[in-house]
Design a binder for this molecule. Structure first.
Ligand SMILES: NC(=O)CC[C@H](N)C(=O)O
Length: 260
């Protein structure tokens, strides 16, 4: 089986490209019935209100909720994390429809507006433990959300210190009301069973470890859901085998996406 990537808006092509890089077939999902042919789903980053409107127009929400309820692995990055959260604060007036399932409260634009986007080296001990490679990961935060509160079933996989700009902004009051601890450090990656959420964009980096981690979640979930490798990359030499940490980093020098 393949991994589906919700393809209405945002960085779905980039996710499919990373999957291809690690030898996994990714398919674009735009119709509810297409979910029947995939073992798992990635909901990409983009703009969550727009993405929700498009998903609603295409009648995706019931099928997405069913997919989550069936225990199929789902990974939400950035706007995708917002989709998966049970509760969202800082939404546009009228809010937006959510898929839900992930027992947490997410602040939609925690780190501020588009111009406050940034990159930071984040500590990812769990990923380094499972996938090898360095203990840090290049986090690309684009008008990024953050996770303010988590339920008892949720594991926090990465946290970042809160930038001073956020502490001194209007958002600080909203944060204070939900969880004052989030004025010091805040969760940016969480896992609850088969649901994974990251506030940043691993698909924009050359480090494939989060994608490899998700693929393992999929393969662990059920034998028959084992994902396919891409036939064209199967024969090529750059296929990455699980545990081959030397192949995790693209040798190309990465250019910054956001500078401080
Ligand atoms: N890069 C992103 O996905 C940004 C998400 C954005 N905060 C939103 O509300 O949609």
């Amino acid at each position: 089986m393949a991994i589906g990537v919700l393809a209405f808006q945002g960085s779905f092509n980039e996710h499919i490209a990373v999957l291809r890089r690690i030898g996994v077939k990714g398919v674009e999902i735009r119709k509810p019935e297409q979910l029947q042919n995939v073992a798992a789903l990635i909901i990409p980053g983009g703009e969550s209100t727009t993405m929700a409107k498009l998903a609603e127009f295409h009648n995706m929400f019931p099928a997405l909720r069913e997919f989550v309820k069936m225990g199929k692995p789902v990974w939400g990055t950035c706007a995708g994390l917002i989709f998966l959260a049970n509760k969202v604060v800082g939404q546009k007036a009228g809010g937006q429809e959510l898929v839900g399932g992930l027992d947490c409260t997410v602040h939609r634009n925690f780190f501020g507006s588009q111009i406050q986007s940034f990159e930071a080296e984040i500590s990812v001990p769990h990923i380094a433990d499972k996938e090898g490679g360095p203990p840090g990961f290049r986090g690309v935060f684009i008008r990024a959300p953050a996770i303010l509160e988590v339920g008892p079933e949720v594991d926090v996989l990465a946290e970042v210190p809160v930038p001073d700009k956020v502490k001194n902004s209007d958002i600080a009051k909203e944060i204070q009301e939900v969880n004052p601890e989030c004025l010091n450090k805040v969760a940016v990656a969480v896992k609850q069973g088969n649901l994974l959420g990251t506030a940043f964009h691993p698909e924009l980096t050359a480090d494939s470890r989060w994608h490899m981690y998700f693929v393992k979640m999929v393969n662990d979930q059920s034998e028959e859901a084992k994902i396919e490798t891409e036939t064209e990359t199967e024969t090529s030499s750059n296929i990455i085998k699980s545990g081959d940490s030397s192949a995790l980093q693209d040798p190309k020098i990465e250019l910054p996406i956001y500078l401080p």
